[in-house]
Design a protein around this ligand. Structure first.
Ligand code: 1VU
Ligand code: MG
Length: 350
């Protein structure tokens, strides 16, 4: 185990100093595109200003014969990328045991390391995966002469990853956040769902039989398959001061259920979700931006609470030091989004 004193030292001579705090920038959606797909690449200039994070995906959903074209396509996108727009550029590289990941990392850091903000690592199983990527990135950053370190984001998509989630989050100062990967995780856990995120009609609770009549019609309520994992992920990220994200929702046509899944994640503490198709960008933007009425209420509470201590009544509801903090969470998010989005700034009156 490293000494806490060494935690913030670069892992290679000449590599930039690790960050002390993970910057919180608007991160409502991580929009995935396949850099080997010319139609998607053609949409990048139009999409970039509409999303908080644009991610060039090199892993699953990119066919094996397109892996090299995807890597080269992302290098092209990165070379013409203008970071002054405020949108972050991320990549998802191939898994650490794949034949492509070494070339993904060496090429991307050398060619566009100064444009990339975050490297998403799939199928992370424990701290050892983060330690490997941490040292390799430091070596590559030193060689490329980078001035700021790339951050790491891990996908939680194996049972072992979930079991080790706290040590993953705490493994490096580069750790920026986690995403839930419900499809790979379902397969790894032998869950019997073939959906990408979302609920399942079979996972339900049923009300008791009226008067013991088990044949009577009884109300059922579908339950959330992902509640446990999202909640665990949110707590682990909170411990490490990093950011939790819900991942993909695969039923692109079911925009209503997508919104529900995103909102559950938002309410539990996630800062954003993946968008796989342009139609999901607006859903994430709406869900992960606090509602103006919520912001107005938070402002009222903060004003009524003065220095933030004591207890007051507002519209029949008790407010105290804890609700003051809850309201500051909403206001901090609203202020950070308003800086990026003039429409929201007007709606929030900030
Ligand atoms: O109008 P055009 O024909 O010029 O363009 C199409 C399409 O190319 C484009 N489009 C996109 N553009 C940018 N980013 C995207 N993510 C994106 N998706 C589609 O929009 C136009 C309309 O598209 P469509 O409605 O006809 O949809 P398609 O059948 O072309 O594509 C649907 C899929 C789902 C295949 C496509 O959206 C896609 O590949 N999305 C990304 C999938 C992905 O990244 N998967 C990996 C993450 S999820 C995971 O790892 C675990 C499950
Ligand atoms: Mg996956």
């Amino acid at each position: 185990m490293r000494s806490p004193k060494d935690f913030f030292r670069p892992l290679a001579i000449g590599a930039p100093d690790p960050v002390r705090e993970i910057p919180f920038r608007p991160s409502r959606m991580i929009h995935f595109f396949d850099p080997s797909n010319p139609k998607m690449v053609a949409k990048v200039p139009d999409l970039a200003p509409k999303v908080d994070i644009l991610l060039g995906n090199l892993e699953d959903a990119v066919a094996a014969e397109h892996k090299e074209a995807a890597r080269a396509g992302l290098v092209e996108v990165g070379r013409s990328w203008d970071p002054s727009g405020g949108t972050q550029l991320w990549t998802r590289v191939n898994a650490l045991d794949s034949p492509w990941v070494l070339d993904d990392l060496t090429t991307l850091v050398a060619e566009i390391g100064d444009r990339l903000d975050v490297v998403m690592l799939p199928k992370v199983e424990g701290a050892e995966d983060i330690h490997y990527a941490d040292r390799l990135l430091a070596q590559l950053e030193a060689r490329a002469g980078l001035q700021r370190p790339l951050l790491l984001h891990a996908i939680l998509e194996t049972a072992r990853g979930v079991a080790n989630v706290e040590e993953i989050c705490l493994a490096s100062p580069r750790m920026q956040g986690l995403s839930l990967g419900p499809a790979d995780l379902a397969a790894d856990r032998r869950m019997k769902t073939t959906r990408v995120g979302g609920g399942h009609p079979g996972y339900l609770v049923r009300e008791d039989p009226p008067d013991g009549d088990v044949d009577a019609s009884r109300a059922t309520a579908q339950q959330d398959l992902w509640h446990y994992t999202v909640a665990r992920m949110v707590d682990a990220c909170g411990v490490a001061g990093i950011l939790p994200f819900y991942g993909p929702f695969g039923d692109i046509k079911d925009t209503v259920a997508c919104e529900d899944q995103f909102r559950n994640a938002y309410l539990l503490g996630c800062v954003g979700a993946w968008s796989l198709h342009p139609v999901q960008i607006g859903i994430a933007k709406q869900v992960f931006s606090p509602e103006p009425a919520e912001v107005a209420w938070a402002k009222r509470v903060v004003e009524a609470m003065g220095d933030g201590t004591g207890a007051v009544m507002l519209d029949g509801k008790m407010q105290d030091d804890a609700t003051y903090k809850q309201c500051q969470v909403v206001l901090d998010l609203a202020r950070s989004l308003a800086e990026r989005d003039p429409d929201l700034a007007r709606e929030y009156d900030l």
